[in-house]
Design a protein around this ligand. Sequence first.
Ligand code: ADP
Length: 578
Amino acid sequence: MEVKGEIYRVSGPVVTVTGLQAKMYDLVKVGDEGLMGEVIQILGPKTIIQVYEETAGIKPGEPCYSTGSSLSVELGPGLLSSIYDGVQRPLHVLLERTGGFIGRGVTADGLDHKKLWEFKPVAKKGDSVKGGDVIGVVQETVNIEHKIMVPPDISGTISDIKSGNFTVVDTICTLTDGTELQMMQKWPVRRPRPVRTKLTPTRPLVTGMRILDGLFPVAKGGTAAIPGPFGSGKTVTQQSLAKWSDTEIVVYIGCGERGNEMADVLSEFPELEDPQTGRPLMERTVLIANTSNMPVAAREASVYTGITIAEYFRDMGLDVSLMADSTSRWAEAMREISSRLEEMPGEEGYPAYLSARLAEFYERAGVAESLCGETGSITVIGAVSPPGGDFSEPVTQNTLRIVKVFWALDAKLSQRRHFPAINWLNSYSLYKDSLNDWFADNVAPDYVPLRERAMEMLQTESELQEIVQLVGSDALPDDQQLLLEITRMLREIFLQQNAFHPVDAYSPFAQQYRILKAIMKWGDAAMEALKSGVPVPEILKLESKNVLAKVKYEEKFDESMNAVLTQMDKEFASLRGR
Ligand code: ADP
């Protein structure tokens, strides 16, 4: 029999209840309106609940019920193209039910339970199946075949399997012990979905952003953080990644950002085209929207909801990228709940378990052989918004200890309109070495040495610039002055990339390589010319330098690049022949 508890105390999103018999992480219905909440502490007779909805107006004495199950997501056909709140309620359903604004106490299924999907079985009567095995498929979108898998904790022998059109809650398969399987399965968000083994990441996430692919690549199945102060480009970068990265599925968690920013995402995403297939981008996307005016506890949950959905697609053998914008707002939600619980605060008021929670989250990334024997991956990219851009604060520092790629956004660069404003001196990627073979095989054998040379030149530039600031550039010897011009080309032509330019927004690897090689070629020829006695100003007058700067914007990239290379040869030959 259901045991009813009674509200004892309300403190923001944290509600204390007496008389409730519930387990940790049970989902509960709180108050007369039945607000959704989750048990986060049990102190003898008192149960502490974090409520996912606004708690204004609820008061002691109101009832509280446990549902007996933990916060779970519905997994199955229909996830793609969905836009959810932090606890997987479809936003359009919430809006329809409450007339334009999101009301309280609304329950809504994560998946549409009425929609019919064509289920094609791939297993048959008599087959013995275990958790993760694929029993059938559904063509969920034009490009994604959704594998219907046996839930991880179930096994047995098939006594009946159907074929045809069904809803996600119809029984499509029965086991000899009477277990009925549907296309939908539920999974508690706080528990990672099991895999057979985790594998070492060896392929890069191809992003089409030159500074990321070229200098600081993240592996598919890797983890990256983008910290940066307000206005430095976190959201633009995350959105570019969602649009252009070569993963089959994108889970985008808009976590605690301002409502208007999220509204931009919500209105823009459905319009975008998937560059890989020409189909709407939403067909491979799940959006989770949790703005700063939505309750903090739902924000805390949104990250788990997102990663669980990502794991489900990984289990089918797909490559998934997950963007969380911003993990700082998630950490702030943890801080608020922790302070309401009167826990001992750690650094800057964040709970002592902040780093453990961050680590648990990022650890759910990875390349894995799933229970059905397919290899899938989840790449997690978290934006971090340190107050005042100060990277020494706890969320940035704890994130840095966990992630393997760090794309440091820099306010000075964004003020100079150098975009993406990723600082090439502070950023790093620990995947570089493990991806070298991939680059050599798939881009060009000399790509890695070329990139390393470019990095060294940029390092030298920063040392030289310190001198320039003290004594001016005229004090430098000619070769160093020329080097500064070549590194300027590296910055302006290779590193700078306009996320809003129709052509330059996405730079395929072959083009990235050609741009880098052309700059280096120009630089080497310029150094040769200098050695043969041509003065620096004469070299800098060459028109090919200006033309090279524009090639990245050309629709007919290869033709333009070939033309400028010919022009370079001619111009340098004429310098030599003076
Ligand atoms: P944040 O999320 O860090 O507050 P945004 O991502 O909203 O910052 O970026 C702020 C502004 O910077 C954008 O509106 C845009 O004008 C500019 N910007 C950022 N990145 C780029 C880019 N790669 N290309 C062009 N403009 C950019």
